[in-house]
Write a protein that binds this ligand. Structure first.
Ligand SMILES: [Zn+2]
Length: 481
């Protein structure tokens, strides 16, 4: 029976949320929430001094931002306003992280640029989107694990869920990696700032939540097959109902309805917390995210521009929904020849490397992917018994996950209503067909985490023809390429 308090969770009431989580079954398997406060309110940015004061007696603040100008609903420059609030009480150094093309990447190099300014500082205040947040979390954590500088984040768009978790998605050796970092201690979401963000950025946050209908099932599947750990129903139960409501309000979101934006802020923040609770990003990042990560890697090499994370994830989410729909309706476990499901390391190494070798001359990306993939392959070989049991009890599995998935047609329909792009070619940086096919076909080869695509690959269903059928079904719902 679902706990009503859990499904109606409020991200701004952290103590209450901790109590609710403690009351769940097997709550000892959940990690704690390493945050002090979350504010989601109109005029929230004015609380920045109060937030700093609650974390340090020191006076030296490092304010970190990206290069782009951000204004609130009244047209006021957000970064200058926050700087002015802080200046009234603190000694503030404003550090702007920028790159030649003015698109900032979350790289260890940029983190080092931030760390170079930590000496003598008492606190870091990051203002911006997901990349600035990831960089602030990563740089403070890796500068001093034991005693990281306190961190306040002023979130300027509802673009991703990653503001309220303890990891950072970093571009390392050209490969997107989710690495453990830390939580911001205080997160401020000023609804007057996020309401003024470009519509596609808030649609991106809505898109990041599309993963709610695939990532948890990928996570559960991995758990059933002995391929993952930490599975718990609470992190996803906490957001599913509110996500469902948000889908029903897709048109209101497109119209910029203030109340709906507030609801998006809450569920997006809860989605971030769900990853921290699980101690991994699995509740909110499955096969749909890994497709998107590959597209980012290709775009990085081809310099075609990195799309808004969530909008790209959502298009990939439709693809993952189609795959799940196929698994739950068309997969016949009796057709699986168990002994043919275990490719050798000798067979897989050249295959994985061939998929990623074109990304760089140094082979770094290919080596990085193979290093991670072989751990998954080893575990797959080691857990044959679980797979055998899965095939025998497939109906039971289907019954368990049925309430957690949605029909891809329904998701695509909601995304159309939300004005969210449903095609890769309609993203803010259009992705060409060749890249899309490469990303979908090879995404399972990139990392250690198990998803439905690994299952289809090991059972021999994951072929170019299968990917083609996937694309055709998406096409019928005005989605995909
Ligand atoms: Zn995401």
């Amino acid at each position: 029976m679902l706990d009503n308090r859990l499904i109606e969770a409020d991200a701004t009431k952290l103590d209450e949320l901790r109590e609710i989580l403690k009351a769940q079954e097997n709550s000892d398997k959940l990690c704690g929430i390493g945050m002090k406060e979350i504010h989601i309110e109109h005029g929230g940015a004015k609380k920045v001094c109060q937030a700093v004061k609650s974390l340090t007696d020191g006076k030296k603040v490092l304010m970190v931002t990206g290069p782009t100008e951000i204004v609130d609903v009244d047209g006021k420059n957000v970064k200058e306003a926050v700087k002015a609030y802080l200046d009234a009480e603190y000694d503030v150094e404003w550090l702007v992280i920028s790159e030649p093309n003015s698109i900032v990447h979350a790289t260890p190099e940029n983190a080092a640029k931030i760390q170079a300014h930590f000496e003598g500082k008492d606190i870091v205040v990051g203002i911006g989107g997901g990349t600035i947040c990831d960089l602030c979390k990563y740089s403070t954590y890796y500068y001093d694990h034991e005693n990281p500088l306190p961190l306040v984040i002023v979130q300027t768009a509802l673009s991703v869920n990653a503001f309220s978790d303890d990891s950072s998605v970093m571009l390392i050796n050209g490969v997107k990696r989710t690495v453990h970092s830390r939580y911001p201690l205080i997160l401020i979401i000023d609804l007057d700032i996020v309401a003024a963000a470009p519509a596609e950025m808030n649609v991106s946050g809505y898109g990041d939540l599309i993963a709610t209908w695939t990532a948890p099932v990928d996570w559960y599947l991995g758990n059933v097959l002995g391929m993952g750990q930490h599975f718990h129903t609470a992190p996803s139960d906490m957001i599913r109902t509110q996500c469902d409501r948000l889908l029903e309000k897709s048109e209101k979101l497109a119209a910029g309805d203030a109340k709906t934006l507030g609801e998006l802020a809450n569920v997006l923040t809860l989605s971030g917390l769900s990853m921290g609770l699980a101690n991994e990003s699995s509740p909110a990042s499955g096969s749909e995210h890994v497709m998107s990560h590959l597209i980012d890697m290709a775009s990085g090499v081809r310099k075609t521009g990195i799309c808004y994370h969530g909008t790209q994830v959502a298009v990939s989410g439709i693809m993952s929904e189609i795959i799940w729909d196929w698994l739950l309706n068309d997969f016949d476990p009796k057709k699986v020849d168990l002994d043919k499901c275990y490719p050798s390391f000798e067979e897989m190494e050249p295959r994985v490397k061939a998929a990623f070798d074109w990304l760089d001359d140094t082979h770094n990306a290919a080596n990085e992917c193979w290093a991670d993939y072989q751990k998954k392959l080893q575990r797959w070989h080691d857990h044959k018994a679980e797979f055998k049991a899965f095939l025998e009890n497939f109906d039971e599995f289907k019954k368990a996950v049925a309430p957690w998935v949605k029909k891809p047609e329904y998701i695509a329909d909601c995304m159309h209503k939300a004005n969210a792009p449903t095609r890769y070619s309609k993203l803010n940086f259009p992705v060409d067909e060749k890249t899309v096919r490469w990303a979908i076909t090879n995404c399972h080869l990139m990392r250690n985490r198990f998803s439905v695509i690994d299952l289809l690959h090991f059972t021999g269903f994951w072929t170019d023809e299968f990917v083609q059928k996937l694309i055709e079904r998406a096409e019928a719902m005005d989605a995909g390429l």
